[in-house]
Design a protein around this ligand. Sequence first.
Ligand SMILES: C[S@@+](CC[C@H](N)C(=O)[O-])C[C@H]1O[C@@H](n2cnc3c(N)ncnc32)[C@H](O)[C@@H]1O
Length: 230
Amino acid sequence: MNRYLESTPKPGQINSYLEGLYPQSFKVAEEVSVRTQTAGLPLIHVPPIVAIFLQFLVSSRGAKRCLEIGTLAGYSTLHLAWGVGSSGRVVSVDKDPRVNKVALESVEKYRVADRVDLVAADALQWLKDTTNETANLSGEFDLIFVDAEKSQYGELFNLAVNRLSTTGLLVFDNTLEFSNHSVSNPADLSTATKAMRQFNKMVASKSGVESVLLPIGSGLTLISKIPSQR
Ligand SMILES: C[S@@+](CC[C@H](N)C(=O)[O-])C[C@H]1O[C@@H](n2cnc3c(N)ncnc32)[C@H](O)[C@@H]1O
């Protein structure tokens, strides 16, 4: 092994270092985690660096209209809300009826409830039933973040891409790892992993869009419409 790889810091070390740089997001993660567990919900929110990256993407692109699919207790929702600023809007959809109350507590605690619409619905149906107008937004979404049922990613892609503005960004979480599945492990031949590999292949070769799968968190895929199609 070369000397660089031998001295590569461990993920725990990197996390501690990042916590020192961005203490606020780590503190919020801890606070939201307590609320998540108290409500009996699974502790599966994005790691702080992914939340920070999402906020950076939203704010640096000047995105004002965001859609999130998969709210849970609102940890990523908060970062999207901070990214859009006080003149922006975030619609966050979750099919689990328990999450609405918990996520509302999160957005109220951090005083961004006025820019967030929490929707209790299955996103597949909601995307079919709504237009951008009925979703309380004028125009399409500037950024759509998908962190929902992994087996539905293909269908969610097809529906979400139609709701993306011409310069918008579509982001999928967990495209490298989820639950105990890992797409980069050749020994993992489970149905769920094969489906995610197929999704990644579809996205990478899809005409009309360009994409990149970043090895951040559990894998984050960024997708945009290619300029000639805009
Ligand atoms: C990983 S959690 C979301 C975590 C959240 N994005 C965060 O980082 O704070 C996934 C959520 O997606 C929701 N979900 C899964 N499939 C869905 C669907 N088809 N429509 C709406 N919500 C869905 C689940 O109920 C769950 O609360």
